[in-house]
Write a protein that binds this ligand. Structure first.
Ligand code: PLP
Length: 314
């Protein structure tokens, strides 16, 4: 109980969560939230708004279709998910139960510059960016993220929810997926994921010792800038096609001009101790994830390796 209490306390402090908001520690990953959000938030509404900005928002949309009439407010699919669509092109619906967006598209490397303004309560999939930079929780109705990127290990999902949204679950929602029931039981309606919860508690302590989210944000920006500069200064040897303002500080996908070299790149990177650079299976190419645990020195090792590789093969 002490571990659980302390983790919630530290998370509230780090994210400056307004006192009345509920903080839940759940299981099932962020993917379960794709279904749990519509189950809990629709109330007597039949429609929900979604912004389609990449693979993960696409998955959230597909999951929600089972429960409601999904309206796609705007999509950047036609341009290969290389941007956040212009706000002036958004088609918001006044009768939507909520507006869902994916703060950082982990596969396509596209990130919002700021949280959208909408009329319906704002729901944020912050799976790959929560705790990598500050977020205005008060602007949102609900924020969710699985722990395994910046918060700990897989097995724990954090949901932060405004109390006004706790009374809108569909009648078929089982208690174990009902935010209000879970809130009443302090996230212990069944056996919680105790060890991931404990590890998240340790990670939160580390974030506080590291200077909090402003300090981590500055560091994450420096890491991302170094890597994007290396891509942009490579005379086309490497390429990231996301429009500059929307480039993610968490995930940097890139391709080689000569795709035939990609296998060699990944192999030699591994030999140099640089693991996990192969891109997501759905898009191919490479991807460097720059989560909080990745140091600036590690990104320097990566960019030095990349410059050298380009000299040899370019
Ligand atoms: C933005 C985003 N949303 C949702 C998910 C799904 O998370 P989980 O694997 O915890 O279900 C991921 C996983 O990578 C993600 O990056």
């Amino acid at each position: 109980m002490e571990v659980a209490y302390q983790a919630e306390h530290d998370l509230r402090e780090i994210l400056q969560v307004p006192g009345e908001y509920k903080v839940l520690f759940l299981q099932g990953g962020a993917s379960l939230q794709f279904a749990q959000v519509p189950m809990n938030l629709l109330g007597d509404k039949r429609t929900a708004d979604y912004l389609h900005t990449g693979l993960w928002s696409g998955k959230a949309i597909e999951a929600a279709r089972r429960y409601c009439d999904v309206r796609i407010v705007a999509s950047s699919k036609a341009s290969g998910f290389d941007r956040i669509p212009e706000v002036s092109d958004w088609n918001l619906n006044s009768n939507a139960a909520y507006l869902h967006y994916t703060e950082n598209e982990t596969v396509h490397g596209v990130q919002f510059v700021e949280a959208p303004d909408g009329v319906a309560p704002l729901v944020c999939d912050a799976c790959s960016s929560l705790l990598s930079k500050p977020i205005d929780v008060a602007k949102h109705g609900l924020v969710y993220a699985a722990a395994q990127k910046n918060m700990g290990v897989a097995g724990l999902t954090v949901v932060i929810v405004a109390p006004a949204l706790l009374d809108a679950a569909q009648t078929f929602t089982p208690d174990i997926l009902n935010y209000a029931r879970i809130t009443d039981a302090q996230s212990m309606l069944n056996t919680p994921a105790t060890f991931p919860w404990y590890l998240t508690g340790l990670t939160l302590k580390w974030i506080k010792r590291s200077g909090g989210l402003d300090a981590l944000h500055r560091l994450n920006q420096a890491k991302a800038e170094l890597l994007y500069r290396t891509l942009d200064d490579s005379n086309g040897f490497y390429r990231n096609s996301v429009q500059a303002p929307f480039r993610s500080i968490n995930n940097v996908p890139f391709v080689l001009a000569d795709a035939a070299l990609e296998k060699t790149f990944v192999q030699q990177a591994e030999q140099a101790g640089l693991n996990g650079l192969k891109g997501h299976a759905s898009v191919g190419g490479m991807r460097a994830s720059l989560y909080n645990a990745v140091t600036l020195q590690a990104v320097e090792v990566l960019t030095d390796f990349m410059k050298n590789f380009a000299r040899v093969y370019g």
